[in-house]
Design a protein around this ligand. Sequence first.
Ligand SMILES: [Ca+2]
Ligand SMILES: [Ca+2]
Length: 332
Amino acid sequence: MDNDHTTKAVSQPALKAPTGRAEASLGWLAPAAPLFAGLVLLTFFGGSLRPVDAVGAPVVELSAGVGSSDFDLDGLSDAQEILLGTFPYVADSDEDGFGDGEELARQSDPRDLFSTPDSVGVSANLTARGEGSALQLVMLVYEPSEELGDSFIRLGALRGGQVTNVPMARFASLMTYSVIPASGGGQLISIELPVHPAFVEVAGQVTFFLAAGNTSSQSYTASAKVDISSVEGILLMQRFSAAQVQLQASQGGGSVRQPIPGSSSPSIPGSWVPGSICFQRSAVVGGNGPVMLHQVIEADCLQGWDTFCVSNCSAALGSTYETIDPIALIGG
Ligand SMILES: [Ca+2]
Ligand SMILES: [Ca+2]
């Protein structure tokens, strides 16, 4: 290993709100979704990837290419990389040999040279951003070389205490996807699905979750979730904190609530604290199956971030919220 790598500082995430572009005809997810329609199989037909539904019937072909530009072809759009703090013009931001999108899909940290994928089999992850008038869900699926074309995914949402499958097959015409080569002869599938922000605003908070597996083994081997909340018309994505937060926070790990406004969102309210981010730590106080009840045990604005801390950050102390334990989705 050369010294350039060992001395390379992992930079602070560039937590600028993405300067969005106007995009028309974005989709609407009906809250009352049929339960059976949430599965999409990703299968090869004559060498090109086509989605089929759970019984193998082709669905409307996904439009090709990611929704917005992916300059470095790592499976993450430029706007998504700016939000996540990876470099939009460098496919492997931390220079550890694995592309940013693949690292996310395989649940290692694309900003940490010492964090590399150790998953085997199909693996997946889920993230999001605000874009135009939509919440853009970003699903990433990694298929190892021996399982190319064999993965299937289930997308769902926990909303107002209800777990529902999101009928991806029905919304296939709204989705964009790309497939790029990944390490070891594998490939990375990136799927973006626009969701109307009202789906979150009405409930206040929605947990989107994803499970992925192999069609031949018929079992899920990977799962992930992303918590999205809405405060004063602005969407916030809760995600587990980067190393910087762990250094700053009094008690180690937690999560941050990062504003992800779209270009057509209202502007950030004046009461939100600039130059900081809302940090939370929570404890599990109950649960039912994959649904976990958390109580917020620490909530404060952390300074030194290029974003805004929501005005009710510290008021969340002691409150509870429901989310999904992704581990409980595996094998189900
Ligand atoms: Ca990219
Ligand atoms: Ca990397």
